[in-house]
Design a protein around this ligand. Structure first.
Ligand code: AMP
Length: 112
């Protein structure tokens, strides 16, 4: 079981900012921006590469949840970045699909 599954089960603490039937969103423990939230589907997929056509609706719900989190945290107008790290070269460290929402400062492009 990943650490994110344990957060979703309320076995370990996290600063949960949003949840619905499909996703739970909580603040990243090591924030890289003033607003840094992880949106995690309750269904524990490893990453996008592990998703199949049957997960299409769920992936859409992750993005819609991210947009809702941005509205609730007041960064929808100023802008935000969504990131899904997938695999080793992307630096994925928690092997449960999650979407980073970063906001609250100008974000450089391309990322390092
Ligand atoms: P990734 O590198 O895309 O797999 O991102 C994993 C993220 O999870 C990192 O930004 C970590 O800081 C974050 N993280 C790890 N453990 C926790 C935790 N217990 N609560 C909140 N965020 C965490």
């Amino acid at each position: 079981m990943t650490i994110f599954e344990r957060i979703i089960r309320r076995e370990i603490p996290a600063d949960i900012v949003y949840e619905d039937d499909h996703c739970v969103a909580f603040r990243d423990v090591a924030p890289q921006a003033p607003v840094h939230v992880l949106i995690v589907p309750r269904l524990p997929l490893v990453n996008v590469a592990a998703a199949g056509a049957e997960h299409g609706e769920l992936l859409g719900r992750v993005l819609l949840a991210a947009a809702e989190v941005a509205r609730r945290l007041g960064v929808a107008e100023s802008g935000y970045r969504l990131v899904l790290n997938n695999g080793e070269d992307a630096g994925q460290s928690v092997h449960q699909l999650h979407c980073h929402l970063l906001a609250g400062r100008p974000l450089g492009w391309p990322p390092g």
